[in-house]
Design a protein around this ligand. Structure first.
Ligand code: NAD
Length: 377
């Protein structure tokens, strides 16, 4: 199978980190028999400047035809004053919407070598490996009515609506349960069923799906505010957390902090499976375009490289290859190499390309197990 990959480097450090991902991809082509073609297109501010829109229809067509989109980052001060529809970030919103990417996966993994980088005590985060599954296309960010009106007494009134349907809840629950089966088989479902009717429906529908299809997975329900507290008290109690768009936005950032630098955090956004079991997917680092360090060769490429590991696991069903890449990243960190964002006393400071070189060298050095584990969600 030859995979079609669309590379969207975007702005700022996006291009720098995607360049390292391209080198890692080539390594997999050469050494692990990964067969793929790549296309590269402009997105974000770069597309606005050259093509007049954050993402063109032609680029969207490429994205829709691809097996996976690898996205860098968009945005920067140059476009900050743009009107809403001419903001670089519109590209990401359109990609999510048109590809139907309803499930956002954010792992929070704390590498042993980086336990000191977390704001939590090392013993709380050492060995941390949790996955937040956030519903991405529904909830309060999209619900109608969504408006600011002026009342007869002259006061202004703002409304955002939290809206979920059973099918929206059930499909994200299935993603979480499927993923849990590949991990420690535990799902915590977070909502506010004590004060929100959408939370009541969420809890009922997750329970229904669990009972009917995933009774082998351990399910617990937790109120989202308690979940936030538990994430800083004892994050290792969790395996997979499934939650809505708003709570997922907050909880995934909170969990990220436990893992240390933003330069280390990958993410995946997945769509529904088609009749052949294939699903649209976009992989991107959590960080933005970092204008303060853009063009200086200082960016940490590991978040983007770990996003490629997620792509190998979820889009290409190459679990062993994903593990190999994660081990290569771990080896580089254990060997003491650090970009500025994760620098610690006594370690060796390197730039973007040298970090990419080190990952490639680690891939060469690590024992390779057979490729082709076909598990996927
Ligand atoms: P940012 O993530 O770009 O940067 C925050 C801080 O972290 C900066 O000091 C930056 O230097 C540092 N940093 C980020 N990634 C790093 C990396 N890989 N290596 C080393 N250091 C890193 O967030 P911001 O400054 O709030 O936003 C900058 C621009 O990026 C804005 O235009 C924003 O809208 C955009 N943005 C885009 C995305 C996206 O494309 N998905 C996400 C967030 C922000």
């Amino acid at each position: 199978m030859t995979y079609k990959i669309l590379l969207l480097p975007g702005d700022g450090i996006g291009a720098e980190v995607i360049a390292e991902v391209e080198r890692v991809l080539s390594w997999y082509g050469k050494h692990r028999g990964l067969s793929f073609t790549t296309e590269t297109a402009l997105v974000g501010g770069a597309a606005l400047d050259a093509e007049g829109t954050p993402v063109t229809d032609a680029t969207m067509k490429l994205a829709l035809e691809s097996d996976a989109v690898l996205f860098g980052a968009v945005g920067g001060p140059k476009w900050d004053g743009n009107s809403f529809d001419k903001k670089p970030e519109r590209a990401l919103l359109r990609l999510r919407k048109d590809l139907g990417l309803f499930a956002n996966l954010r792992p929070a993994i704390c590498f042993d070598a980086l336990t000191d980088a977390s704001s939590l005590r090392p013993e709380i985060v050492a060995g941390l490996d949790i996955l937040i599954v956030r519903e991405l296309t529904g909830g309060v960010y999209f619900g109608e009515p969504k408006e600011i009106t002026t009342l007869p007494n002259g006061e202004r009134r703002a409304v955002d609506s939290q809206v979920y349907t059973t099918s929206e809840i059930q499909r994200i629950a299935r993603v979480a349960f499927d993923l849990a089966r590949l991990r420690k088989n535990q799902v915590a479902s977070a909502e506010k069923s004590n004060v929100m009717v959408s939370g009541v429906l969420w809890r009922e529908e997750v329970t229904k799906v669990h009972k009917a299809e995933y009774a082998d997975v351990q399910l617990s329900h937790i109120l989202a505010d308690n979940c936030a507290m538990q994430l800083v008290r004892n994050p290792k109690q969790f395996d997979v957390i499934v939650t809505d768009n708003l709570f997922g936005d907050m909880l995934s950032d909170e969990a990220a902090q436990a893992a240390g630098s933003i330069g280390m955090l990958p993410s995946a956004s997945l769509g529904a499976k088609d009749a052949n079991g294939k699903q649209k997917a976009l992989y991107e680092p959590v960080h933005g375009s970092a204008p303060d360090i853009a063009g200086k060769g200082l960016a940490n490429p590991l978040a983007c490289i770990l996003s490629l590991a997620m792509c190998l696991r979820y889009s290409f069903a190459r679990v062993n290859d994903a593990v190999l890449l994660e081990k290569a990243v771990e080896k580089v960190l254990n060997d003491g190499l650090r970009t500025g964002d994760i620098m610690q006393p006594g370690k060796t400071k390197v730039g973007t390309k040298a970090m990419g070189d080190a990952v490639l060298a680690a891939l060469d050095a690590l024992p390779n197990e057979a490729a082709g584990d076909t598990r996927s969600i």
